[in-house]
Design a protein around this ligand. Sequence first.
Ligand SMILES: [Fe+2]
Length: 297
Amino acid sequence: MTDFPVTALRSVELGTPDLAASVDFYTRVWGLDVVAEAGGKVFLAATGEDFHVLELKQSDRAELRKVTFRVRSADDLTALFASTVAAGCAVLREVGPADAPSGGERFVIREPQGSVLEFVFGDQRREGRVVANRPYRLAHVNINSAGIEALSDFYRQTLGFRLTDRSKLMAFLCCNADHHAVVLAEAPTNGLNHVAFLMPDLESVMRGSGRVVDQGYPIGWGVGRHGPGDNVFAYFVDPQGVVAEYTAEVLQVDKDYRFRGPDEWVWPPGRTDHWGIAPPKSEACKKAQISIGFSGA
Ligand SMILES: [Fe+2]
């Protein structure tokens, strides 16, 4: 599994009606650091190599403003731009210098179901370090879709992702050795389901979750171990109603990974995780997972 033009999910941009409250949550509570402020946005880093993993911007409502992927080469950037235009995406920024402090070349499009996607090559990296109990990088973004098969086709045919698994309600798509970088969830309307941050290990998911709970944010779902991807999870609802996940131990896959479909991804009655210990998801978490739209949509 080596021929992916997109090499990583790098960052997401969230709009928030209370920028100060969101910055406070994602630093003091969640474990990120502010690394830059520019163009009305606050850029937050995890402890890994990415310059930043989260951009926050004041907005009328909580919303997903953008998902940013890193691309393998300048040629791939040009080719992806052409293929997204051919697939009917609206061009928001042509290929050119990025305006984020991390730099590089980028283009920005809106795919047909409304999410804004940015593709970057040559962005600034830094020396990452593993810090216990703090996010290292993004793990995946989960996108609600009222037309999941069409969006799955777009990610595979236009962006070069591969479908690793398909459960009854979700499509899991990879662009590197992680079992999934993008998950598509069947939903009544398009939008953001949640953003997952990779923790260094299971212990960090547990201790990080304890820190978040101590600050007054209960676990919305978990702790448990997912089916597809086999990753450990704990879901929370941030102060503006965005669902954020701590995860770890994401299954690493290669070209020999065997795809399994909905008939094989079936839980025994009453179970929603491999361990069988995750309590039912909270109503607040369920609601939040279908409440965040795309900016401009
Ligand atoms: Fe997730």
